[in-house]
Design a protein around this ligand. Structure first.
Ligand code: IPE
Ligand code: IPE
Ligand code: MG
Length: 246
């Protein structure tokens, strides 16, 4: 039986998020420039996006760049932006064929105008697609998102649009970049690093974490199935006891 056949289709995570890491090391292993790793990383993005849609995952969030990644060498940042534009141009067909809606989270106004225009175009063209939402986290930082949320809510309190007693988890959820998404069920990080690096801190409160040594350009459908299978074999108790779940 293939690993895919072992998956329980009735117990799929509703929201998978991935910290795609290891492009630079992958290139270095082959004596190539980091850029080569990023180019090959885009192939994994396509493969994993397609695999999630085929399986019936409703939401996939990919960490493509962080608020901290702007500190990288200028040439690398430029290459990442160039790759983003070409991927958006090339992948629109795949998104349409697979009925996938594109969405972004993060400080997208920090992105070069050309990238913003391309993003807006693909988001607009795919807005009625219903099979899966692909969220690209771009210039995303969780602390930045939470700060932004707190500011927006305080302004509403100040202007008597909402009273402070009414602030609860759902009010916070409604002000996050991820407002239309369910909590993350499964968070995957590739490349062997075991840290969260400012990614969806509020949304992963009850997520199952899966760390793998595979570098992102080597991450295939089968690795994804392995992660989901591992997720399905865990007991999610949400604070209850094992007995209560039975
Ligand atoms: C992740 O790979 C890709 C992005 C940040 C876009 P890295 O570039 O972080 O690769 P490593 O971690 O240096 O190998
Ligand atoms: C991982 O981030 C790649 C992203 C998807 C943002 P980094 O590779 O920049 O993270 P650290 O700081 O080295 O762990
Ligand atoms: Mg890295």
């Amino acid at each position: 039986m293939s690993i895919k056949e072992e998956l329980n289709i009735d117990k799929l995570p509703k929201h998978i998020s991935i910290i795609m890491d290891g492009n630079g090391r992958w290139a270095k292993q082959q004596g190539k420039l980091r850029v080569f790793g990023h180019e090959n990383g885009t192939k994994s993005v396509r493969e994993i996006t397609e695999a999630c849609a085929e399986l019936g995952i409703e939401n996939l969030t990919l960490y493509a760049s962080s608020t901290e990644n702007w500190k990288r060498p200028k040439l690398e940042v430029q290459t990442l932006m160039r790759l983003l534009i070409s991927s958006l141009k090339n992948e629109i067909k795949t998104l349409q064929e697979n009925n996938i809606k594109l969405n972004t989270i993060g400080n997208t106004t920090d992105l070069p105008k050309k990238v913003q225009r391309e993003l807006f175009d693909v988001i607009e063209q795919t807005k009625n697609n219903t099979r899966m939402t692909l969220n690209l986290a771009l210039s995303y930082g969780s602390r930045d998102e939470l700060l932004n949320t707190i500011k927006q809510i305080s302004i509403k309190v100040k202007n008597n649009i909402i009273s402070h007693e009414k602030i609860d988890e759902s009010v916070i959820n409604e002000h996050l970049y991820t407002r239309n998404l369910p909590d993350v069920d499964l968070l995957i990080r590739t490349s062997g690093e075991q840290r969260i690096i400012n990614f969806l801190l509020w949304q992963i409160a009850y997520a199952e974490l899966f760390f793998t040594d595979i570098l992102w350009p080597d991450f295939t459908k089968n690795h994804l199935y392995e992660a989901i299978l591992c997720y399905q074999n865990r007991e999610r108790r949400f604070g209850k006891t094992s007995e209560q779940l039975k």
